[in-house]
Design a protein around this ligand. Structure first.
Ligand SMILES: [Zn+2]
Length: 309
């Protein structure tokens, strides 16, 4: 069910969100609930029984007495921001169809630009962690697309000027788009394409791709018995190309000067929203549920471009 708006032009989903998470305590209780549902266990010994230390919002393991908190081991680990600001930022990132820039988060949530940027990158990390759990199956359109200028180091070391992104999109029998994957790659060598296909497609998928021979060779070699390949017609790739051009427009319109080192995170955000476009009223709750399975990344790792996406 799509979001509808109240008389002030605010989405009803926003009103409900604002009322539900108006206090730090409400956010903390929700986080506790999410972690319990996912199985909150001691990071040191694996025991799942804790004694709460209320004043410090810590939990002491019954077995080894190790103390932990609800955010340890997640993308939120080490944060000094109130949970309310996390929840608000997650709501805005998840629900704004045009994407929301760090600058807009900075203004709306009253924080420095660097804090807002770090916060949004970690939310994209959560989205990426969740997207990694899914693979495409059935009929899949597959081809590469250029997404802006490559990072400086890639231009210098390999002469690559464009950011290459492999795009896979599963479709219904009638050709309508279902789910998409966007994988940023350093080159279009056969090995790279093969590795990306292994991460993105279930065995048995039927790949429709362009006339690029290297695609056909690589995919066919490994999946000879389960993959059918052919030259896709323009019509078969139409949806994929439409979605790619929409995402490029979004990147150009919202994320001016997008840093290519973080391309995969921006793609994660686009894929997360695209793949949940039919569940808009639940998209924030779904994002909250990704917290326990999210991975921790530091500001230093992000700014050095060494963090795993
Ligand atoms: Zn323990």
């Amino acid at each position: 069910m799509p979001l509808t708006h109240n008389s002030e032009g605010e989405p009803i989903g926003f009103t409900a969100f604002a009322a539900k998470y108006a206090t730090e305590e409400a956010c903390y209780n929700k986080l506790y609930e999410i972690r319990q549902e996912a199985g909150f266990c001691c990071p040191r010994c694996g025991c799942c029984v804790f004694y709460p230390i209320q004043k410090r919002k810590l939990y002491q393991c019954k077995e080894c007495r190790h103390q932990t908190s609800l955010i340890v081991g997640t993308a939120m680990e080490g944060t000094h921001l109130p949970l309310r600001k996390w929840f608000w930022a997650m709501y805005l990132v998840a629900t704004d169809k045009r994407g929301i820039s760090a600058l807009a988060i900075q203004k709306q949530l009253h924080m420095t630009y660097n804090t807002a940027w770090f916060l949004v990158q970690r939310i994209r990390q959560m989205m990426g962690n969740r997207e990694e759990n899914y693979m495409l199956l059935g009929i899949i359109s597959f081809e590469d697309a250029d997404f802006g200028r490559a990072p400086k180091e890639l231009i210098q070391s390999r002469g690559k000027r464009k950011c290459k992104v492999l795009v896979g999109m599963s479709k219904t029998e009638s050709g309508k788009p279902r789910y998409a994957k966007f994988i940023y790659v350093k080159d279009l060598k056969g090995k790279t394409i093969q590795e990306a296909a292994d991460r993105a497609f279930m065995p048995g998928a039927k790949i429709e791709t362009g006339t690029c021979r290297s695609y056909r060779k690589q995919i066919k070699e490994k999946y000879l018995t389960s993959y059918a390949t052919k030259d896709a017609t323009k019509e078969e790739l139409l949806w994929l190309r439409t979605v790619v051009s929409n995402i490029k427009l979004l990147f150009n319109g919202t994320y001016h000067g997008l840093d290519a080192r973080h391309m995969q995170r921006y793609l994660n955000e686009a894929a997360y929203r695209f793949n949940r476009r039919k569940m808009e009223d639940m998209i924030f709750d779904r994002l909250l549920a990704t917290i326990p399975g999210s991975s921790h990344i530091t500001y230093r790792e992000l700014t050095r471009g060494t963090g795993r996406v």
